[in-house]
Write a protein that binds this ligand. Structure first.
Ligand SMILES: CC(C)(COP(=O)(O)OP(=O)(O)OC[C@H]1O[C@@H](n2cnc3c(N)ncnc32)[C@H](O)[C@@H]1OP(=O)(O)O)[C@@H](O)C(=O)NCCC(=O)NCCS
Length: 437
């Protein structure tokens, strides 16, 4: 299999590189930790390593060194499509090189071969109470597939450590292959007539998702490809990536680990933000009975801030510029449906809100993040069930976290175990620092 061969070919060099770095420079300091960071969610503490993506505060995400506009340009696309194959993106995340069209299609073919979802998954989903949150359904489906794990099976049969990554790659392909069908079925079951739409083997992974959702629209197939690319990875410190990595570090297989990551993604401070953004846009629209004037929008933004709320979709923990994932979606909407009211409103917010946030002077980053617009695009195509948006985020995010899981096993990353201190110990450290000052 091409992915396995390509990774295997790089492994000796990677392993040597890491071994040498740790052996020769293991004591070199790259960061210092302050008390406020310890109480502040470990923010910005440089303590993780991934070579799959990097978020530059001023430039945004690079996947394997490539910016989003570069990826949209360079990754192979299905004939007649504007957005790249997800299979090519997965190849890039796993292998580190831009694939040829043939290589991207090999990943797509692997997915087709592994894409059939066992009946018991549908049975489990159907058995859940109707008001179950779609993220609970999605995470439960992923977790329930754990019995299929080759890693778990081979580990118990005595797999050598050097080989851990091989069944992890198999598990990752088996799992990611099934995500579009699982997610689309959750959508059909929860919000539509409950009838499952069969996969169309002539379609790529992204377009097949759109088809199984029941949204037969060329634009929506492209939006799905774009969405799955944009949300796939964002370094390893965000909650979903870190939760997946942490759980995987116990040698829990990718089903256990991915389900954990999805549970983190389900939190309102992480993946749920996109639905809050759309909610805010719709509340503006409703209040003014349409797209307001800039002056009215400005006032509404101030009212939101003055009532002690945040403006959803704006600000970021790391970024200090317009998120390129926002920019790519803005461009998509501008090209496809510039006259859509909710899209127009989202664009207008981009003209108005950064100045308001700057005037208020609190947010370190007044610029839009990925969530400021993604809901508006789904809304245009009629996917208006907000709760479902995080499931699509999860489909995409599992591409990144499983690619990371393969490399974590390939490079023998150990179990995570940061050290805790007590408040009294930190107070003592503070006293000591004062005395020395
Ligand atoms: C993304 C976010 C959680 C980052 O948090 P952060 O790193 O703590 O952000 P900052 O350091 O800039 O926060 C400093 C202050 O600015 C405020 N702030 C940040 N973004 C803001 C926004 N969009 N609207 C209003 N106030 C904001 C914070 O609430 C904080 O206020 P406080 O000092 O009273 O607690 C934050 O910007 C936010 O809440 N944004 C809106 C929700 C959102 O879009 N989430 C999706 C993220 S991908």
């Amino acid at each position: 299999m091409i992915l396995k061969d390509k990774i295997a070919a790089q492994l000796p060099d990677w392993r040597n590189r890491v071994r040498k770095l740790v052996k020769e420079s293991g004591e070199v300091k790259v960061d210092e930790v302050t008390i406020s960071q310890i109480y502040g969610g470990a923010r910005n503490i440089k303590s993780l390593v991934t070579d799959i993506s990097y978020v530059d505060p001023n430039e945004g995400i690079r996947f394997r060194g490539f910016t989003i506009p570069e990826l949209i340009q360079l990754l192979p696309k299905p004939p007649g499509a504007e957005m790249p194959y997800a299979g090519g993106l997965y190849y890039l995340l796993l292998v580190g090189e831009i694939p040829t069209a043939e290589q991207a299609l090999e990943v797509e073919a692997e997915w087709h071969a592994r894409g059939e979802v066992p009946q018991y998954i549908f049975d489990i989903l159907q058995a859940m109470p109707a008001d179950t949150h779609p993220m609970t359904m999605f995470s439960a489906a992923v977790l329930s597939l754990q019995r299929e794990s080759l890693f778990a099976h081979e580990y118990h049969a005595g797999l050598k450590k050097d080989e851990y990554w091989v069944p992890t790659l198999e598990d990752s392909l088996n799992l990611t292959a099934k995500l579009p069908a699982i997610a689309a079925y959750i959508y059909r079951l929860k919000y539509q007539d409950g009838k499952r739409i069969a996969s169309d083997p002539s379609l790529d992974w992204g377009a097949d998702f759109a088809h199984m959702m029941g949204v037969e629209n060329k634009g929506y197939a492209d939006l799905s490809r774009l969405y799955f690319l944009l949300h796939s990875d964002h370094e390893s410190g965000n909650v979903s990536a870190h939760a997946t990595h942490l759980v995987g570090s116990a040698l829990s297989d990718v089903y256990y680990a991915s389900s954990a990551g999805l549970n983190g993604l389900a939190g309102p401070l992480h993946g749920l933000a996109n639905q809050e953004c759309l909610g805010w846009l719709l509340s503006v629209y409703e209040k003014f009975g349409g797209v307001p004037s800039k002056a009215d929008l400005r006032q509404y933004a101030w009212d939101t801030l003055n009532s002690g709320q945040v403006i959803p979709g704006y600000g970021h923990a790391v970024l200090r510029k317009t998120d390129p994932r926002f920019a790519a979606q803005l461009e998509f909407g501008t090209q496809h449906f510039p006259e859509d009211d909710i899209f127009k409103l989202a664009s207008m917010v981009y003209d108005v809100v950064p100045d308001v946030l700057r005037e208020q002077g609190k947010a370190k980053d007044p610029w839009p993040n990925v969530d400021a617009i993604s809901g508006a695009l789904q809304y245009h195509y009629g996917v208006r069930e907000f709760d479902f948006y995080t499931v699509m985020f999860g489909v995409s995010r599992l591409l990144g976290v499983t690619a990371n899981a393969v490399w974590a096993r390939a490079l023998g990353q150990p179990i995570e175990r940061p050290k805790s201190l007590t408040t009294a110990m930190l107070e003592a450290a503070a006293e000591k620092a004062k005395a020395q000052a």
